[in-house]
Design a binder for this molecule. Structure first.
Ligand code: TRP
Length: 335
């Protein structure tokens, strides 16, 4: 039986790119009876990216509500990383088994150093915290704590999962077989969504469409998506159209075929946008209602997270005892 685990950093508000790339496939996987799944809010990770306490707290609420409203299975363990203290404990134990040289090679750290060097900074480590440097170790602790063998992630996170595997291997070699070696799972079939300006939809480009914006804002944003200047009546190329890429992520194969025909017939951009809006909105009406309901009841979300943490700790508590024992952190006598 597979154990699937993935973390969601609690910064920002989910957008429709996060929905098709991460939330929707995870929800589907969580409903699969043949797997055990762990989904968690990586709030300790968010401290690496944001020093804004209010932002971290708000984002935790919005992300939790988004995942629940999207239909995450109640069978999945859905918890907040900071409610499972064993993860932190494991993080230190793993830190001591991690070569500094391995962390030197992490893309995110290297990119930050490269940026300092290219901007002629005297200090190549300017603005780089130990949190950023050790980020992959914490991520390894998240994964190894629950013996996850499959870790669904975006392409940018593959290296981190491979590092978790390296760290686990080194630990097992040194102390004996304790950890399961995880594997990254990347869903290549789902294209990366373009944003309002045609570049990849990403918070850092400020070109996103928030997942649960109200109907009016959703319509307005879709109307703003960049197109070329072709007139109604002119045949249009779906392959170079952001509207088409987004439509594809929300439609069946037949619907996509029909849309291709509309492009060939020269349907106007305004009409195409209207169809895209209706297609997305129809799918979001119900979850949006649920989202609004949940956002109005943070106590209820809190209860669910506490329940999730309890479930997670049923695994992490006994396992951390084993891990401590393996490294020699043990009671001095048996009784
Ligand atoms: N680093 C991941 C991201 O930014 C989030 C994350 C934290 C994660 N811990 C994890 C993903 C463990 C998978 C497994 O997207």
């Amino acid at each position: 039986m597979d154990t699937i685990l993935t973390g969601i950093t609690t910064t920002g508000i989910p957008h429709i790119g996060n929905y098709v790339g991460a939330i929707r496939p995870s929800v589907v996987a969580s409903l699969d009876q043949r797997t055990t799944s762990f989904y968690f809010l990586a709030d300790y990770h968010s401290l690496v990216k944001s020093g804004n306490a209010a932002e971290v707290a708000t984002s935790t609420l919005e992300i939790a509500a988004s995942w629940l409203a999207s239909g995450l299975s109640p069978d999945a363990a859905f918890y907040r990383q900071s409610d499972v203290p064993e993860i932190m404990e494991l993080s230190w134990i793993l830190t001591c088994m991690t070569a500094k040289g391995l962390m030197n090679r992490a893309h995110a750290y290297k990119a930050a150093v490269a940026e300092n060097e290219s901007s002629d900074n005297k200090d190549p480590d300017k603005g780089i915290s130990m949190g950023l440097f050790c980020y992959p170790v914490l991520m390894a602790a998240d994964i190894l704590m629950f013996k996850a063998n499959k870790v669904p992630v975006g392409k940018d996170q593959i290296q981190h999962v491979e590092m978790a595997r390296d760290i686990a291997g080194r630990f097992n070699h040194h102390y004996g077989e304790v950890f399961v070696l995880p594997e990254a799972v990347v869903n290549d079939s789902m294209p990366v969504l373009p944003g309002l300006d045609g570049r990849k939809m990403s918070k850092s480009y400020q070109n996103t469409i928030p997942l649960f914006s109200d109907e009016k804002s959703l319509r307005k944003m879709i109307m703003k998506i960049k197109t070329n200047s072709q007139e109604p009546g002119e045949p249009k190329n779906p392959e170079t159209s952001s509207l088409f890429s987004i439509y594809q992520a929300f439609s069946s194969e037949e619907e996509v075929l029909r849309m291709r025909e509309r492009y060939a017939e020269g349907l106007g951009w305004g009409e195409i946008k209207k169809m895209l809006f209706e297609c997305i909105n129809d799918q979001l009406v119900e979850p949006r209602k649920e989202y609004e309901k949940l956002m109005a009841e943070p106590e209820y979300i809190e209860q669910l997270l506490q329940f999730g943490a309890k479930k997670a700790r049923q695994v992490s508590r006994p396992f951390i005892r084993e891990i401590r024992d393996a490294v020699g952190l043990r009671p001095l006598s048996k009784d």
